[in-house]
Design a protein around this ligand. Sequence first.
Ligand SMILES: [Zn+2]
Length: 471
Amino acid sequence: MTAPIASPAAATVFTMVLTRGPISRVEIARRAGLSSAAVTKAARPLIEAGYLEELGATEHTGPGAGRPASPLDVRAEREFFVGVKITGDALIGVLTGLRARVLETAHRPLPRAGVERGVNEVEPVTGGEPVAGGTEPVAGGAEAVAGPADVESVVAALAGLVAELRGRSPEYGERCVQLGLSLAGDVDKASGLVRYSPFLGWRQVPLAALASDATGLDVTIENDVRALTTAEQWFGEGVGLSHFALVTVGVGIGCGLVVGDRVVAGARGVAGEIGHIPMGGDEPPCHCGGRGCVEAIAGTAAILAAAREALGRPELTTGEAVERATGETVGLTTGETVELTTGETVELTTVEAVERATGEAVELTIGEVVERAHGGDERVREVLARAAHAVGLAMAAMANLFGPARIVVTGDADGLASYEPLRELLGRTFAARAFGAAADCEIVLRPRAFEQWARGAAAVAIRTRFTLRDR
Ligand SMILES: [Zn+2]
């Protein structure tokens, strides 16, 4: 299928109907600064190709206009898109229609090289590099380390996942030409190159080309936080806003920025790293090599470490517990199966599973921290308050720089839950430190299911297919 967009006017008209439809031609012309004739001319081939449809004449265009207008809308199932979020240990896939509504989901675990190669032979995943985005779900905490993921096997698993999703209905197979991939790290959308992926251990991997060869689809890759921001810009909280920000909290703290209707990628692929805004002190050290970064105070691992200390519970980490129970040094990844010194084999899927298998009390979970805060445990509330304060300051710094109309704070449910008891404090810190009218910015807290990251990848694919400037 060739791209249905042949001119800038067609891209403008289609985008407007996609994000704001149903909408009348007159309204499109007014908002886009096009003549009514230009809108009609641009819309005609899109209607003929089945991407747009005319709804029944229901509204009058204005006083004295006489003729009722037939609003245009998108036929959302004219074409389908696959979006996949690639994490360090799994592929999360969705299939959507044109409006990025999720129709199908599928997951695949990724095999990792860490276990066979031994943990000492590979670099730690968090070694001195800036990490864009980063909300990796790792059972038992961020200490899990594995070797670089084998590119070929990831691409093969990806092809399998895409085939599975497209195979669920004949129309998915026939009318899907574009695949979007998103992952944390330094991702160059224009060249299709993953410059650096901390969780996969990849450098300079031409992922778009490899995935295209394996699936036969056009492939767009994007940083995961920017992909999520694109989904909000086109289909969520950002519709109609020229300036807004998305802040993600969890293991990492990231930010997507939309400035003047564009998702900012920075001159070198790094932008919106509010997790590494320095808070002024020399403590605590951050994995980026800096000190006193927001993420080192308010990331999930930092909250858990501080809560352990505040509660006087210096338990083992999950890694230490497993090492003690297995009698060897292992790289631990989600879902890994290990053999204990008792000869028993267990699958370590969650912190609870590790505790059951090893008989050791291991570290706190973020769920327990939140529960304690809700129960009024002041020690834990103080830890969370420090985290919320740091995020509030970082958001104020960001708002002072570019003045967004709205900031959407999101993340995995667990990470965001830790801010929920402190929503008010977050808002108060922000309001106190944002300058002038920048403080009028609306703050919205939105938990997101993990599939939403994959939906973000699909949204990038949709945007790429229907805008000319993104090619
Ligand atoms: Zn840092």
